[in-house]
Write a protein that binds this ligand. Sequence first.
Ligand code: IMP
Length: 431
Amino acid sequence: MPAYAVIGAQWGDEGKGKVIDALAESVEYVVRFSGGNNAGHTVINEQGKFSLHLVPSGIFWPQVSCVIGNGVVIDPGVLLEEISGLQNRGVDTSKLYISDRAHVIMPYHVLLDNLEEKAKGGLALGTTGKGVGPAYVDKAARIGIRVGDLLEIDNKDRFFNRFHSVLEQKNTIITKVYGGDPISSDKLIEQCHEWAKGLAQYVQPTEMILQSALEKGSRILLEGAQGTLLDIDHGTYPYVTSSSPAIGGACTGTGIPPKSIKGVAGVFKAYCTRVGTGPLVTELSDTIGETIRELAWEYGTTTGRARRIGWFDAIAARYSSLVNGYTSLILTRLDVLDGISPIKICTGYRLDGKTITYFPTNSETLERCEPIYENIPGWQEPTASVKDLAKLPDGALNYIKRLESFIGVPIHMISTGPNRDETIMIKNIIS
Ligand code: IMP
């Protein structure tokens, strides 16, 4: 009966793809619940290295059915290409289901995302440019086109009339506000026909599938995308994504009720990264930041952009835990800190001459905060590929303990490398 959620606990890119792939061994369903192809989940297993953007990271396990939930926004061209890319590499996609309630990212969303960012100049958010924000805008404005509507492309009321009225509105904005080129309705209709044909076999009322899975006692893993500090409500607004990557999104984005969620695991990197603009109190602009970026290859899976690097921010981490109610923590990329000493943990902020230990709501306030650090001695021995907690160096164990005590939640899993088996499982997260 239970569902378990795996949530990005920082600004995304915490290594959720590897974690989900490893945990999916013990479940029957893996469900994406928010975001779109702004996400990039890297999975490395015996079948090779994969960068997934929409397909859930459980796709490699034969017993797993994968669901793209209603909270996800789907660029059909990207999804179809991802599915055929997987099939060409021998991955079985026959148990993939797509919610008929998920909204479609249309080419005008992608165009508007980029035009809006350009027009913002210095105030640009640094979006991934995939049309995710504008698609959620239309969802909230109740003019979005859902996957189920796309399949009824020849139905005048359900698709055709609405499509034309929305496209006319979008083309007016594209041409009159931004001076861009309009999108041809004939070409887009033709494309929609192709997308509908390609997607039809996967589309289902997925909330019903998940309800019946829960009734049968199947285990469901809810795969978070992005991170809590990018959440539209709980993140560093306005420098956020347009969806709900925190735990609330796991219910609204799937149709699974909160009472079915038995565990919430927060995935933290052993340090912080962030792509795009917005506050990062512990940002490292020195050679340590450079070293970590190169060592850990901290470049975006989706856009290739260099990620900003910072020390672990325990204030932000505690806030993330408060919002999500973590029952477990998962620590990734511990090995990146091998050989760095001292390691710093931010345990407070200095704001206007005072020390604060809460995470301010306002991004401008957060920008003015200076980190207060606790220095932790590093360790010289390698932790990469270690699979047994007892084999970690004392320095690493001490660092882990300090993080646990700051956040107040136990670490149940540690990732020590990109491969499935480079994992220390301290306590089973799925029972
Ligand atoms: P959007 O989601 O493309 O609208 O981008 C909004 C903000 O979220 C930008 O700062 C992006 O860099 C960031 N963002 C979106 N998706 C991800 C992700 O998967 N990992 C990290 N940052 C992301």
